[in-house]
Design a binder for this molecule. Structure first.
Ligand SMILES: CC(C)(COP(=O)(O)OP(=O)(O)OC[C@H]1O[C@@H](n2cnc3c(N)ncnc32)[C@H](O)[C@@H]1OP(=O)(O)O)[C@@H](O)C(=O)NCCC(=O)NCCS
Length: 195
């Protein structure tokens, strides 16, 4: 896998695939997504998890002006695909019995030794088993020297805001560039304070 993807001193250093049991005692395999042309399972999980996460939110709350949720989620997945195919972002997936059950995208910041978390999803049937946590915190090992993990999420996505706070992320101003601070909230995990 290409290791020369970073824009600053951070270098993506893929940790070898590994296995770990979830809270049910079932084996989960973690590995980097390598096939740029096939993100079929990832697309399926992406739709499933966001449909579940946003099921109690109206189209107005989500700013879906044409009432077409498939188009709405599809446009985010197109962005994910583009970031992955142009190698801006690395994708780490979690699998059970060779079937994808979650993934996270990592993207190195251009000027500072920080890594953005993008598009974290876990299949709703596997929520609260520790898989999201494992995916996110793997970013620390995969980018030696990283000082902060950053993420931006919708304020109304209460599942994700609770999740990041539970992991020890603190609210942050990073990442507000380009998004409406009324609707989005940034979080950061300061690795220098954790070790
Ligand atoms: C956010 C998401 C990835 C969490 O994945 P997960 O595998 O269920 O998370 P984990 O099991 O690793 O949870 C880690 C911690 O967060 C807590 N947590 C997870 N979901 C929670 C919720 N809905 N409410 C409160 N706490 C929650 C867990 O209890 C756990 O705490 P613990 O370590 O003390 O046991 C998953 O809910 C999801 O896919 N959501 C939809 C997509 C999304 O919103 N992505 C984030 C966009 S930035």
């Amino acid at each position: 896998m290409d290791q020369g993807l970073s824009h600053n001193s951070l270098l993506f250093t893929p940790i070898p695939a590994w296995q770990q049991k979830d809270k049910l005692g079932e084996m989960v395999s973690f590995d980097w997504v390598k096939d740029e042309n096939r993100l079929l399972q990832e697309e399926e999980i992406f739709f499933r998890s966001f449909i579940e996460a946003y099921k109690d939110l109206s189209n107005t709350e989500l700013d879906i002006s044409d009432n077409d949720r498939n188009r709405f989620f599809g446009s985010f997945f197109d962005d994910l695909r583009q970031r992955f195919e142009t190698k801006k972002m690395q994708l780490l997936s979690a699998k059970k019995e060779n079937k994808t059950i979650g993934f996270v995208g990592f993207e190195v910041c251009e000027k500072v030794p920080f890594v953005y978390i993008r598009y974290l999803v876990v299949d709703p049937s596997c929520w609260k088993l520790g898989i999201g946590k494992q995916l996110v915190l793997s970013g620390i090992k995969a980018y030696p020297g990283v000082q902060k993990l950053l993420v931006v999420t919708r304020k109304i996505n209460h599942i994700s805001t609770k999740f990041y706070l539970k992991l020890g992320f603190k609210q942050s101003q990073h990442g507000h560039g380009g998004v409406d601070p009324e609707k989005y909230v940034g979080f950061e995990f300061d690795i220098t304070q954790k070790t």
